[in-house]
Design a protein around this ligand. Sequence first.
Ligand code: HEM
Length: 178
Amino acid sequence: MELVATAILLLIAGHWTTGNLISNAALTLLRHPDILRRFRNEPDLVVPLVEEVLRYEPPVQFIPFTTALADIGITDTTIPKGAQVWLLLASANRDPKRFDHPDRFGPDREDNQHLGFCTGIHYCFGAPLARMEAQLALPQLFHRVANPRLLADPPPYRVNPVLRGPRHLPVAIDGLIA
Ligand code: HEM
């Protein structure tokens, strides 16, 4: 029973999320042709690029149904012990008090401490693996296809408010680069 529960957890926590990270990154790059052009010439850009996708289009949008274990003071508000709290990670990632021009996608952003993998004791266990998968997949994809362009914008999305990503990402290309 524990084995099955762990397998299901890893499939959802580790597979769906990383798939969404790669497709959200592909979509965002195709919407920013100037950055895509740069990425093809600067392979090292992939590291800050993946971090910026985790901030700008996070695969996990929010964490529902958490509970405050103590009274928590935030500015002039107190969240009482026992209250149900929903953590809006995607919203915090666009907080203008924390990030300059938060709605602008830019892999050159400095001090990019996003909440794409949450924070604290529940910080994502698989973050290093997810980062590595995206950092390997994106160059393979974009350095090998000629003239990629979106066929649908926005693409069709999965119906899931927590795990956000396209169901399909239809793209036209002019062929493969050897
Ligand atoms: C881009 C991909 C991923 C994203 C965006 C992501 C995001 C997150 C977030 C936001 C949490 C916090 C959940 C909470 O506080 O309730 C979390 C926890 C977790 N993630 Fe990931 N995750 C990703 C990939 C993975 C992978 C590849 C694995 C495993 C192979 C994984 C395993 C876990 C586990 C086990 C936890 C629970 C950690 C704990 O509660 O101590 N995740 N993840």
